[in-house]
Design a protein around this ligand. Structure first.
Ligand code: AKG
Ligand code: FE2
Length: 257
């Protein structure tokens, strides 16, 4: 067991991502699916964007018990603890469904990772690392979907000239989107109940490549963890304020007690 952990940690540190099979029980997966599908039917979402992502951002408030079970979940806790230690703080909790066609924009959740020194304007900047744990609620098979990472880009920056082109877009000819398409990729095929743990600054893209099984829209739940100092001027796909309001500052640190 300890050996498997060490080997997985090594994989995570050399690839920037790790697929954890059967992280969550199927009955929990089913509960989450019925909650999210019901919320989708009621149009109770915060985002419904042009690449096909529908996002729910208030689950910490609407489903406090089920949500809390996923924060620092035992399947990912040893890795989060090993890498981020007690400085690990929940930044945001967001679920997605993809009811229509879906090809996500290439993005990094933590855009400013390589620019923290510059952005801090500090003589002695502290550099934060952020991690995603994404729980898949439906199967991503070669016929139905994938999560794709750009290979070997967790330890080297994206070319500087791409910086002005990244951010949300559905324009596939955008220079950053085109650059990502041209790089070597790794496709992951997480199944329902699997989690993917990855460094938030690795470029990635989710996709649905076939029809959903009837009534089974592709879905996932993303938890962002950050190390401080993540001051408000840092560019990140999510905002931490709702999490702080729901859990209180101390409540956002799963391993600090
Ligand atoms: O699989 C997906 O649809 C995308 C997931 C994603 O962007 C994330 O986990 O940060
Ligand atoms: Fe992402």
């Amino acid at each position: 067991m300890a050996d498997a952990f060490e080997a997985n940690l090594k994989d995570l540190e050399s690839n920037g991502f790790l697929l954890i099979k059967n992280a969550i029980d199927q009955d929990v997966v089913e509960q989450w699916k019925s909650i999210l599908y019901d919320m989708y039917d009621k149009e109770a979402y915060e985002i419904n964007n042009s690449v096909g992502n529908v996002a729910f951002e208030k689950l910490l408030q609407l489903q406090p018990e089920l949500s809390k079970d996923l924060i620092g979940h035992e399947s990912v806790a040893p890795y989060l603890k090993a890498i981020m230690g007690k400085q690990c703080q929940l930044r945001s909790f967001r679920a997605h469904v993809n009811p229509r066609e879906y090809l996500q924009e290439w993005h990094m959740d933590f855009y400013d990772y390589w620019y923290q020194e510059e952005k801090s304007e500090a003589q002695k900047p502290a550099i934060a690392l952020c991690m995603n744990t994404t729980l898949y609620l439906t199967d991503n098979t070669p016929e139905t979907g994938r999560l794709t990472f750009i290979k070997e880009f967790f330890d080297k920056p994206i070319p500087d000239e791409m910086r002005e082109h990244w951010g949300y877009t559905d324009d596939r000819t955008n220079p950053f989107q085109a650059w990502c398409d041209e790089q070597p990729h790794v496709d992951l095929r997480p199944s329902a109940g699997d989690m993917v743990l990855f460094y938030s600054h690795v470029p990635h893209q989710g996709a649905k490549t076939g029809d959903d099984a009837p009534g089974q829209h592709r879905a996932n739940i993303v938890l962002h963890y950050q190390q401080n100092p993540m001051f408000p001027g840092i560019k990140f796909v999510s905002n931490p304020q709702f999490t702080l309001d729901q859990l209180g500052y101390a409540g956002t640190f799963p391993f600090a007690g």
